[in-house]
Design a protein around this ligand. Structure first.
Ligand SMILES: Cc1cc2nc3c(=O)[nH]c(=O)nc-3n(C[C@H](O)[C@H](O)[C@H](O)COP(=O)(O)OP(=O)(O)OC[C@H]3O[C@@H](n4cnc5c(N)ncnc54)[C@H](O)[C@@H]3O)c2cc1C
Length: 623
């Protein structure tokens, strides 16, 4: 089927895009945030230590479901077939429905399993360890599809109407992206206008890459609604609607196909004069983008845990292969280059699990603002997971590049590393690309500074505003700045962490250095800091490493307490992770002020201007 997708010309300025994003931000920090304080130079271990765990009654209720799910995945799911045929067999979808896998977090009074975020993540971990397309199906439905925003923002009437259907397995989806709208939602073109009788909205537009779209019964659609005018200035409004796909005017234009996740039911959706009843507005008119972002605070935790699953699967594959494959007279795992990879992937898998489960438990426990933690989990785990998979392909050598079917056909074990790699790559792009996650974290990390010194450093302020801002900032920084130099982070602080104590002390020193560096960067670059993404990204990466270190130490300590034999191993692995992370943090700090960002940017701009097309000579010219 032909598709009509073309990227429209951009009509939204950078300032407007920023304004829309700012309007959708959660402005308040009502609850404590470990990472926010970390970026402000304050290590609050008490927020994550003792490492939070799932509520015993929830874990008890989740156990039979997780056991059945595990059996089902082992006995009934053939991932090579799903990959080969690009379809999830109906009996697999039906089986998942019967298990309740479409309503894991939907409260029991609406027919769901009523389990916690952490139990949901444990289910996703099992699913992801077997098949990425199934993860996409369940996660697009439950992380960002209809149930989650409905639970958080729906009216009781909406919940009564839709949650039981969704829990039974009515597949749902989330539609934001359009041909001209990717990371930046300001340019949204899908439009909803009030109907003449005022009882409904008339929806028109086209959505791209809607996961589950081709099979969904119910979709959350984000659309522009008529702008508001505040003091004569236009304020773009984005609103979320619950749309049923059997309503007149909803059409799947095209099923999209990708590098991996071959059985993902992803499509281009067209909405032509779709009449959406007034009562299907989710939350409030104009709150659509905020709804999307808030939903993602927990929605984003699916990818971090599926990255953990990928890490564990790779560890298993690498362990088996590197201990049996003999080259140059010994198992390849004895060769230093391969052993280094295996040691590192072990450390990183442990840290990824520490980060993901910590965020899940914080979400369940409540009383935390986890927007930064979740964003780091998404960014950190998807990037670390990708590196682990890359190393696993290398460890498997030629077999890492060969498909499972081909391996099987010539009598070898069908280890699907090639498929894992294809399926995984998208994790660095969707649900907030790595670049957008960096920017999101950076924005939130500088928030306190902008509150204090925004009038001084932001463009467009009057002389009076700047002057008042200068006095306010002066008073704040007179205390804050010296205190980011002082602090006791040497022996014997955190002695309770045993051999890991020195790493926690490093995190504390690192946190203060991070806060100072952020401040120095603001002084040095002023309003231009937002354009110095390479600088900002180094700061974010350093913060992410420090968070992962703290989470890993807290988790190792918790394991030690629960099961000393495993715990001792965990402490050893956490120690390795922290040693390696410290080296990365050091490099990030060093790179802040000594780097090649400017000449690199210059060459890139010259490339974009066509000045280096000489380098492209020698290729066969394609259309
Ligand atoms: C398989 C798949 C499934 C998807 N599922 C859904 C879904 O269910 N629902 C939905 O609404 N969307 C979905 N998407 C869309 C997905 O969320 C977007 O692809 C993603 O948001 C990135 O948008 P884009 O691809 O248009 O990239 P662009 O926004 O065009 O970005 C291109 C590149 O530029 C970078 N970039 C953009 N802006 C900046 C900036 N300011 N600074 C630095 N770098 C920047 C990006 O990180 C990226 O690397 C899906 C996409 C795919 C491929």
């Amino acid at each position: 089927m032909a598709t009509t997708v073309t990227a429209p010309e951009r009509k939204v300025s950078a300032a407007e895009a920023r304004e829309v994003a700012e309007a959708a931000r959660e402005q308040e920090w009502a609850a404590p945030s470990f990472v926010r304080d970390l970026f402000l130079g304050k290590l609050r271990m008490e927020l994550i230590h003792p490492y939070p765990e799932s509520a015993p009654d929830d874990a008890e209720r989740a156990r039979p479901f997780l056991e059945q799910l595990e059996r089902f995945l082992r006995d009934k799911v053939d991932s090579d077939r799903i990959d080969r045929e690009g379809e999830i067999p109906d009996e697999v979808i039906e089986g998942l429905r019967e298990l309740g896998a479409f309503g894991i977090k939907i409260p029991r009074e609406y027919g769901g399993l009523g389990l916690s975020q952490l139990s949901y993540m444990k289910a996703i971990e099992l699913v992801s360890s077997v098949d990425g397309s199934l993860t996409a199906l369940l996660s697009a439905h439950q992380s960002i599809g209809v149930p989650q925003p409905l639970k958080m923002f729906g009216t009781e009437q909406q919940k009564q109407r839709y949650l039981p259907r969704l829990a039974k397995g009515a597949i749902s989806a989330f539609a934001l992206t359009e041909p001209g709208v990717g990371s930046d939602p300001a340019a949204l073109e899908t439009m909803a206008v009030p109907s003449e009788d005022g009882a409904a909205w008339i929806l028109n537009g086209e959505k791209l890459w809607c996961t589950n779209g081709t099979r969904a019964e119910i979709i959350v659609v984000l659309a522009r609604t008529p702008s508001k005018f505040v003091n004569g200035r236009e304020r773009r409004q984005i609103t979320a609607f619950i749309v049923e796909t059997d309503w007149p005017g909803v059409k799947v234009e095209h099923r999209c196909h990708f590098m991996g996740l071959k059985a993902m039911y992803n499509g281009v959706m067209r909405f032509t004069n779709v009449r959406v009843p007034q009562e299907n507005v989710l939350w409030e008119v104009g709150k659509g983008l905020k709804l999307g972002l808030t939903t993602l605070n927990t929605g984003r935790l699916t990818l971090p845990i599926s990255s953990v699953a990928a890490g564990k699967r790779c560890l298993e594959i690498a362990r088996e292969w590197a201990s049996t494959r003999v080259q140059w007279g010994q198992p390849i795992g004895k060769h230093d280059a391969i052993a280094q990879k295996i040691g590192t992937m072990t450390a990183n898998t442990f840290a990824m699990e520490a980060v993901a489960e910590l965020c899940g438990a914080m979400a369940d426990r409540g009383g935390y603002d986890i927007r930064l933690e979740a964003a780091i989990a998404k960014l950190y785990n998807s990037e670390a997971g990708w590196r682990i998979i890359d190393d696993t392909v290398q460890i498997r050598g030629g077999r890492g590049y060969e498909t499972a079917d081909s391996l099987r056909a010539r009598g070898e074990k069908p280890v699907p590393v090639e498929r894992i790699m294809r399926d995984f790559r998208i994790n660095l792009i969707f649900e907030g690309s790595s670049e957008i996650m960096h920017l999101f974290i950076a924005r939130e990390a500088v928030d306190r500074h902008l509150q204090v010194a925004g009038d001084v450093v932001l463009p467009g302020k009057t002389f009076g505003q700047r002057l008042r801002g200068l006095v306010r900032a002066g008073l704040f920084y007179a205390w804050w700045y010296p205190s980011r130099w002082l602090g006791w982070s040497y022996w014997p602080r955190y002695a309770g962490f045993g051999p890991l104590a020195r790493h926690i002390r490093y995190v504390e020193r690192g946190s203060r250095r991070l806060a100072r560096s952020l401040f120095h960067a603001m002084l040095r670059f002023g309003p231009k800091l937002e354009y110095r993404q390479a600088v900002l990204f180094r700061l974010v990466d350093a913060g992410a490493e420090l968070f992962a270190m703290a989470a890993s130490c807290a988790r190792a300590q918790w394991l030690l307490h629960k099961d000393p034999a495993t715990g001792r191993r965990a402490v050893q692995v956490a120690d390795l992770f922290c040693r390696q992370a410290r080296a990365r943090v050091r490099a990030k700090f060093q790179g802040l002020w000594r780097n090649d960002d400017v000449p690199t940017y210059r060459v890139a701009q010259e490339v974009l201007a066509g000045e280096h097309r000489w380098l492209e000579r020698g290729m066969v010219e394609l259309e």
